[in-house]
Ligand binder design. Sequence first.
Ligand code: X2X
Length: 329
Amino acid sequence: MSLASLAMSSMLCASAFAQEVKEYSVSTVLGNAYPWGQTAEKWAELVEERSEGRIKLKVYPNAQLVSGDQTKEFSALRSGLIDMALGSTINWSPQVPEVNLFSLPFLMPDNAAVDAITQGETGKMVFDAIAKRGVVPLAWGENGFREISNSKHTITAPEDLRGLKIRVVGSPLFLDTFNALGANPTQMSWADALPALTTGAVDGQENPLSVFSAARADRASQKYLTLWHYMNDPLIFGVSERVWKTIAEEDQALLKQAAYDAGQWGIEKSRTELGATLNDIRERGVEVTELSQEQHQSFVEATQSVYDKWTKRIGAELVETAQKAISER
Ligand code: X2X
């Protein structure tokens, strides 16, 4: 072989190799200081490893691919502006009514209830609803049970929320829940939440303990935290259908299995770390309140109207399937 043709063939080889590496964008709201971002990175790591470097997932945290507007993530995914995402059911709920299921106040009392939904028939129904709207759902992860905090006083009853300005995500159900409790809910993205808490523009917020802790919400005047477990937002690994169609079947399987494994890893990690996280929060001087059964019940009753109204929007069959799975868990 002549030198020239040798050079040519090695160039061809190099370009064939280069063409084989595919990079996809993955959107998340929280970065790797949080279990959410860590789970997305775990997915990327497993995919890179198992595809021997052929498939790269690049994680873009802080909803930066939608300029911080986290409730636009699903639309961007559907249109193919974003390839993939590890998204919260809350942020996707404006476009997928069925995922409001997870935001129904006090539907899921514990982890077993969450698992009964996501791992069973209900989870399949939710995935079908997502798939119908142009996003291929692959697996579940978890942001966690959302607890309420504020800068003013202890919350043990709905009356304690009266008049408090509470930051909520831009998803309509949350306005209904916090209005039903007599609070003054204000919708804003996560990017704006911490500054608003710091300046006192809002008094409180609701998020999982892992988020409260890693974001150092205690430094943003959040001195009172009530563990009311009113809802849990699972995370969903999703791929734009437009992108999915271009991926070979065996790579689809690889992506899906890696999503499942990363999801399980993340769920287990955040659940096991919860006790230590709560200790850290207490040590920082935050007053942590647990509710008696009676106190808990007063919140359930105060939000019953939200439950009824939203059951119609979510779909009575889906809600009933979820309730049945929970009661049989
Ligand atoms: O904005 C929030 O509260 C967060 C980070 O938990 C979600 O994206 C749902």
